[in-house]
Design a protein around this ligand. Structure first.
Ligand code: G1P
Length: 296
């Protein structure tokens, strides 16, 4: 069956960014001038997925406004003759026909995915986390869909992480079958490095067969008392094979302050209009000894 839908869980509190996230979703934080969530929507679109289901919560209305038409703003930009900006703003509102569904209680990522079941129905679907930007030469979702089309089973994107970063991720135990493809034997959510079966971490891009919903319904609370998606995948392994695709992409976790700063800096350094001034500023910081040269 063709993969047509993506679920974007965006209901989290964003506690690591309070008080900024008291009224503003972390998914709307700008990477210079584009909110994080737009990168993820564009990633879905370039993999031909335009059925986007947002699992939202309280204070997430700005996401809905962002993908909606703002006639007042469009009129204003037209009157000022700001045609480029107008084109950009119009494009965003017409990118997708989104569906918003509320996760009324924050019971974990697994629970958020389960909330989308009535909209997804009985078909394969993507889950893309709302605060992770993946930059690869080729669209990662597209690669995952290819693996799904071959095997007809769930596929999870993984990447190699340093030992010290293992406790931040779900980690897989997999058998290498060919090139960048593994078959998963086990998974563990945020293990201690000494207990981790590998250094292959779950990126935040998943493609599931609908059977995952069955498993999510019987997944007990796990790490942190939350219903973990990783635990549901572990249950799924009892019934079906689950594949992993190892990607060699740059993964930006905008959900932590340091990850967010790094993302903004990296993207700014790639922008022609900002690069030179930013480098000059960083040089100035170094020469003022605010930064030690050996730490840059
Ligand atoms: C979630 C998942 C974890 C995955 C990570 C990717 O954790 O539970 O398995 O590796 O996303 O970013 P979170 O970062 O939401 O705590």
């Amino acid at each position: 069956m063709q993969v047509r839908k993506a679920v974007l869980p965006v209901a989290g509190w964003g506690t690591r960014f309070l008080p900024a996230t008291k009224a503003m979703p972390k998914e709307m934080f700008p990477i210079i001038d584009k909110p994080v969530i737009q990168f993820i929507v564009e990633e879905c679109l370039s993999a031909n997925i335009d059925n986007i289901i947002f699992v939202t919560g309280r204070h997430k209305r700005p996401i809905e406004h962002h993908f909606d038409i703002n006639t007042d703003l469009e009129k204003h930009l037209e009157q000022c003759g700001k045609t480029e900006l107008l084109k950009n703003i119009m494009e965003i509102s017409r990118l997708i026909n989104p569906i918003y569904i509320r996760q009324k209680e924050q019971l974990g990522l697994g629970h958020a995915v389960l909330v989308a079941e009535p909209v997804v129905g009985y078909e394969p679907f993507i889950v893309a986390l709302g605060d992770i930007i993946v930059k690869d030469e080729r669209n990662v979702l597209e690669k995952m869909i290819e693996v799904y089309n071959r095997f007809g089973k769930s596929v999870i994107a993984v990447f190699e992480v340093d030992t010290k970063d293992i406790p931040k991720y779900g980690i897989i135990d997999g058998r290498h079958i060919e090139r960048d493809i593994y078959i998963i034997d086990d998974l563990v959510e945020k293990p201690k490095p000494e207990e981790a079966p590998s250094n292959l971490a779950i990126v935040g891009r998943y493609l599931f067969t609908p059977k995952i919903f069955e498993k999510l319904k019987i997944t007990p609370p796990g790490k942190g008392g939350e219903i973990q998606l990783t635990d549901a995948i572990k249950l799924l392994l009892e019934d079906e094979a689950v594949y992993a695709i190892k990607i060699d992409a740059k993964v930006y976790d905008t959900g932590t302050p340091i990850g967010y700063i790094q993302t903004v800096l990296d993207f700014a350094l790639q922008r022609e209009d900002l690069r030179d001034e930013l480098i000059a500023y960083l040089r100035q910081l170094i020469s003022n000894n605010i930064l030690q040269t050996d730490t840059v």
